[in-house]
Design a protein around this ligand. Structure first.
Ligand SMILES: [Zn+2]
Length: 405
């Protein structure tokens, strides 16, 4: 499921995936792609944000990430988003952290559109910072509009933005839910993050805001640690290239990953080759370069949670499936028959060995996309895709998940 970046036009995303996916798939309406279309004249053609669309937007200076929308553009964005919801987009993905100077009014208007359409918001909130304006403040913006307009909210990768204020961010989600909100927080089991080099996160002052320095950044295509010189070079010459950054403290990652009501998601991005090009869908495990979360999230999470021992096994598993469908089934009726092992439910079943399950993907070049171990059988819509620890070749049983169906 791609609910953070989302896609636009929504039907083109579903057309591209039909009959070609191992897993079930679904997408939110991309607010960023609406900006991209209006401000850079780049049609993302239903592809997720972190793809060729970024390469093309570099030519126009990524206006979508820095430009203030005019009143007219806000109207057009609202209309494009409405159309995406009508086409079955699951929620509205507002990754405003990538355009942090955006008009607050524009963000609030999207909450109104979500309320009007019976949809929900997902967000990568503003600010990745320990200093005000902090990541926690960015989270507060979305909790406020979720409460004001009475729309559910999926809050992506809480530690990524909240950094050293992660515990306060988790407490605020719990408090908002206790006071009538419907907010689902999310996290991935790694202390490093990853995104594209042109990101606003790295605009001047980034060291003070994030607590990182050049040596905390790694260029994905070569595995090299950045210096001031290479930082400036890649930022100007390759704004679409990916980097990995060490910005989350282990205690903050664990607070979120081991919280009983925070779901696990990969925050995965396309794995690339040594030239930064996305690999084809059927590339073998081990070939792709990038953050290990794109290959190892669920193995890594299960190992951490099982070894920690503070959650029961049903709680551990619920964070990977049941909590997600409980949130989504009010928008996607078929989700009421997924995410649980039950007569009459879809046969989406993962059988893992609790003693040996683990993520094998790492940060070192050559290990970025290694397959996890300990997943013995994986069944998607009744069709085995892993049998006795081996991937079944040439099967594509994934079905579309769309709002309203
Ligand atoms: Zn994000």
């Amino acid at each position: 499921m791609d609910l953070e970046g989302g896609a636009l036009p929504v039907p083109e995303y579903y057309d591209a995936k039909a009959g070609a996916s191992l897993s079930n798939y679904g997408v939110s309406v991309s607010h960023a792609s609406a900006r991209l279309l209006l401000m850079d004249r780049v049609d993302a053609q239903g592809s997720p944000m972190m793809t060729h669309a970024l390469e093309r937007a570099a030519a126009t200076g990524n206006q979508w990430s820095v430009k203030l929308a005019t009143d007219e553009e806000l109207d057009k964005i609202d209309d494009l988003v409405r159309q995406g919801v009508d086409n079955g987009g699951i929620g509205i993905g507002v990754m405003v952290g990538y355009y942090p100077g955006a008009r607050s009014e524009g963000v609030a208007r999207i909450a109104r559109v979500a309320a009007e359409k019976g949809s929900f918001l997902t967000t990568h909130p503003r600010f990745l910072s320990n200093l005000a304006p902090s990541g926690l403040l960015g989270q507060e913006e979305f909790i406020a509009i979720a409460l004001a307009y009475d729309v559910p909210l999926l809050l992506h990768h809480v530690p990524t933005n909240a950094l050293s204020e992660t515990q306060a961010a988790l407490d605020m989600i719990d408090a908002a839910n206790a006071n009538g909100a419907t907010i689902l927080g999310e996290a991935f089991p790694y202390v490093k993050g990853s995104t594209f080099m042109g990101t606003e996160i790295l605009s001047p002052g980034w060291q003070e805001r994030t607590g990182m320095d050049y040596s905390d950044l790694m260029w994905v295509e070569t595995g090299e640690t950045l210096t001031e010189e290479t930082f400036n070079k890649y930022r100007s010459e390759r704004p679409d290239g990916f980097f990995v950054m060490a910005h989350i403290k282990e205690k903050d990652m664990l607070a979120a990953v081991l919280h009983p009501n925070i779901i696990i998601a990969s925050d995965g991005m396309p794995l690339v080759d040594a030239d930064g090009k996305s690999l084809p869908f059927d590339a073998p495990f081990g070939a792709g370069l990038g953050h290990p979360r794109s290959a190892g999230t669920f193995g890594a999470y299960l190992r951490i949670a099982i070894d920690d021992g503070s959650l029961t096994m049903p709680q551990i598993i619920a964070k990977t499936a049941y909590l997600q469908v409980k949130f989504l089934e009010r928008f996607v009726p078929s989700m009421a028959r997924r995410g649980r092992l039950q007569v009459g439910a879809f046969a989406d079943i993962t059988i893992f060995d609790p003693d040996n399950v683990k993520g094998m993907a790492g940060y070192d070049l050559g290990t970025n996309s290694l397959a996890s171990e300990g997943f013995v059988h994986v069944i998607v819509n009744g069709q085995p895709v892993i049998r006795n620890n081996v991937i079944v070749p040439d099967v594509h049983p994934g079905q579309e998940i769309r709002a309203g169906r």
